[in-house]
Design a protein around this ligand. Structure first.
Ligand code: EPZ
Length: 429
């Protein structure tokens, strides 16, 4: 199993290109199931999750081609992926595939909407909480689907098609919004999704669906109105930049007291997080071409934050912020309100010398002057990158095991950080 080795203490300086967003690319790829025609996605990140989802979609009959390199392109440009689901040959998404990636559960709605049936294994994914799918199933039932649970599979049927309805999601859920949206675009009549997730990745999916011929109003708001259409067509869509990767590298630069330009990052996608970074004493300059983050000599101040659905502070940046706060002056309070078990990085950060006390859903992080390198273990995607952030600042060597978690969501991380001066390498085997 690969490990990442970091010798901490190097100041980051330079430019980091921001990749396409994993959490937008995955539902966009799944949307290809909704049409016989080709969906072309540009700026798709090179990630293990994208490869895994390609396998799952291939099993349903989607032909997927990745365009080769073009003149003038560098390795930091995203890939162009063409997905064509001319015929759905299999409406079952098996356990062995879905258990490895939660987002693959979202094939349920498009398969059901297009084929009138789907059998999809209950999902797996990062172990950050129980992560039920009750909201997804209730929404599909409201659209007229019959749902049975059998042997760990969701079996959904709508032989006469789905019918629009008013759905109030009792809790903000990105995945349930994706699934409901993809079902509603091909349902008969109007669907209203109230309390829809407003995450930019949901808006990106909705925008792409409109480009494919769907009729959706209220994109980016918590009320989505969808007028079903009989079929969708092909389209070309560019995946939006990854706001979580952006925030992660901003914090990596800050913990080393460095100065980094995050090329292609969009500040409007993470206003709350950028404001919080400013509150800690980091300079953040927004421009049309990216975001510059610097901490030249200044100290870091403790902050208090709780994770919230968009536009609030994202749970997917909670572990990284905690790593940063390990070296701030004072005690920070970090409250996790989205997932009940998303503090697994705490004991690993403690191995590097962090002082963190857990009180229920809140972590109290008291800054220390120095972190010290150690052997640590990645436990989930965002937890593993928090260990990288801490390792960049720690004295001596940090060895991070189980980095396959990292490969799911961060494209060429050692290369991106290495180019800015980090002493970081992958040890294979
Ligand atoms: C998406 O997961 C993201 N995954 C997560 O990113 C992200 O942390 C999360 O949204 C919140 O922003 C992808 O986009 C692939 P939810 P999702 O449904 O859709 C509860 C990462 O690291 N809930 O918005 O699975 C749920 O338990 C990943 O990239 C129900 O109770 O999250 C949670 O408490 C990790 N019943 C809350 O809602 C349901 O049926 C929000 O979850 C569905 C969700």
């Amino acid at each position: 199993m690969d490990r990442i080795r970091i010798i901490g203490g190097k100041r980051l300086e330079g430019t980091i290109p921001i990749s396409g967003a994993k959490n937008a690319a995955l539902p966009l790829m799944i949307a290809s199931l909704l049409t016989r025609e080709t969906l072309t996605l540009k700026n798709v990140p090179r990630l293990a999750d994208v490869t895994q989802l390609s396998r799952i979609l291939g099993n349903h009959g989607v032909d997927i081609t990745v365009a080769g390199k073009r003149a003038g392109q560098s390795t930091s440009d995203g890939q162009t992926v063409k997905l064509t689901a001319e015929e759905i040959v299999d409406t079952t998404a098996p356990y062995a595939m879905v258990a490895r990636m939660r987002a693959s559960f979202w094939v349920l709605a498009p398969l059901l909407a297009r084929c009138g049936e789907a059998k999809v294994s209950l999902p797996g994914g990062c172990a950050i909480g129980t992560r039920p799918v009750d909201l997804h199933l209730a929404a599909l039932k409201s659209l007229g689907a019959e749902i049975d649970l059998e042997g760990g599979y969701v079996i959904a049927r709508a032989p006469k098609g789905l019918t629009g309805n008013k759905i109030v999601l009792p809790k903000v859920s990105v995945g349930a919004t994706h699934n409901t949206l993809m079902a509603a675009v091909l349902a008969r009549g109007e669907t209203i999704i109230d309390n829809a997730a407003r995450e930019p990745e949901v808006a990106d999916l909705a925008t792409c669906l409109v480009e494919m011929g769907a009729r959706i109003d209220g994109i980016g708001t918590s009320t989505l109105r969808i007028e079903g259409v009989p079929s969708l067509h092909g389209a070309e869509h560019t995946v939006l930049p990854d706001r979580i990767e952006t925030g992660t590298y901003a914090m990596a630069a800050a913990i080393t007291g460095g100065e980094v330009f995050l090329e292609g990052a969009r500040a409007d996608l993470l206003q709350e997080a950028l404001q919080l970074l400013r509150d800690t004493g980091i300079e953040v300059e927004e421009s049309a071409s990216g975001i510059k983050v610097s901490r030249n000599g200044g100290g870091l101040q403790a902050v208090s934050v709780e994770t919230q659905p968009f536009p609030g502070f994202p749970t997917d940046l909670q572990a990284q912020l905690m790593a940063l706060m390990c070296m701030a002056k004072g005690t920070s309070q970090v409250r996790e309100t989205i997932f009940e078990n998303r503090f697994m990085h705490v004991q690993e950060l403690a191995r590097l010398g962090a002082r963190i006390e857990l009180k229920g859903d809140t972590a109290l992080v008291t800054g220390v002057n120095d972190l010290r390198g150690a052997q640590v273990m990645a436990t989930d995607l965002r937890a593993s990158v928090s260990l990288i952030i801490a390792g960049l600042a720690a004295q001596g060597e940090t060895l991070i095991g189980r980095v396959y978690h990292l490969d799911r969501g961060f494209e060429r991380i050692e290369e991106k950080l290495g180019r800015c001066g980090a002493h970081i390498e992958r040890i294979s085997g």
